[in-house]
Design a protein around this ligand. Structure first.
Ligand code: HEC
Length: 266
């Protein structure tokens, strides 16, 4: 007994049916394409926009060309000669410029002669600085605390130590820190020199992923204010810090980062 698929006539017809369906499908696609306008035909709006772009480019190129002089320095080699007043202007503005490193002498470039000299200079008298610390119960000007709070943000302290001095994965806490309420000279030196290495804060050891960089670009007043603020916020209570105390320790700037061992135990 033979099945219909063995029949050559049935197989022949099936073959041509398949071809037919395929061709009809292709034809339909073609018709759809023709009626929807195809996408190869240039869009007149797009052409106009392109022409406009070329026109603008030509105008700009021509304007640039007329603004600069060109000179043939050797056969076949033409270079652009900027108008002489460009150099005159540049020279004048450079002379008038106050580079940051000059305007703020407390910024010392690492590895420079100045930094090496600073590193070799004898340390200041920390005892004399701490002796100036006002009494812990002396009233503190609320305006100074306000200024300190502003500097806590502007000086970026909050980024690492948290808005409430709570510390975090990259910095130890300032809240309930024995360093914060301890000797003022430590705190000023941390601002001026930075701090690296493991540190024990109120009995807990911290190994932080990165050191605290020096923040010596702050003025004496800013450092005094921010330290007064942290010493009297987040539950801390201690004396104010005076700008004179910061000033006395400016010679610390440029010395290597502090480690815990460099500081007076709180
Ligand atoms: C880039 C992050 C960062 C910034 C910004 C920063 N600190 Fe620190 N601070 C640290 C780290 C890290 C340590 C601990 C360093 C170590 O011992 O390795 C530290 C330590 C301290 C300490 C001593 C330890 C403690 O927890 O009491 C004080 C005080 C301190 N910072 C105050 C400040 C003040 C004030 C500011 C803003 C003017 C400030 N820091 C800005 C990261 C930062």
């Amino acid at each position: 007994m033979s099945s219909p698929s063995d029949n050559p006539l049935v197989r022949f017809a099936a073959f041509w049916w398949a071809i037919g369906v395929f061709a009809a499908f292709g034809l339909t696609l073609l018709v759809i394409r023709v009626f929807t306008g195809g996408s190869d035909r240039p869009d007149p709006l797009e052409e106009a926009a392109a022409a406009k772009r070329y026109e603008i480019r030509e105008t700009v190129a021509a304007a640039q060309k007329s603004a600069f002089a060109y000179k043939e320095v050797e056969a076949g080699k033409t270079v652009q000669v900027p108008p002489h007043d460009v150099f005159a202007h540049l020279g004048k503005s450079l002379v008038a410029e106050q580079p940051v490193a000059v305007a703020q002498p407390e910024q010392i470039v690492p590895g420079s002669d100045r930094q090496l000299a600073a590193a070799a200079a004898p340390s200041s008298d920390f005892g004399a600085v701490d002796a100036l610390t006002p009494a812990a119960d002396a009233a503190i000007d609320p305006a100074l605390l306000e200024a300190g709070k502003a500097q806590y943000t502007a000086g970026t302290c909050f980024v690492c130590h948290g808005m409430n001095g709570e510390g975090g994965p990259i910095a130890p806490p300032l809240a309930a820190s024995d360093w914060v309420t301890g000797p003022v000279s430590n705190l000023i030196r941390i601002q001026l020199r930075g701090l690296t290495g493991p540190i024990t804060v109120s009995g807990k050891q911290y190994n932080l992923p990165a050191p605290m960089s020096p923040l010596a670009q702050q003025s004496d007043e800013q450092i005094a204010a921010v330290l007064t603020y942290v010493r009297n916020s987040f539950g801390n209570k201690a004396s104010a810090v005076l700008p004179e105390q910061v000033k006395m320790l400016r010679s610390e700037v440029g010395k290597p980062m502090l480690t815990e061992a460099d500081m007076i135990k709180p």
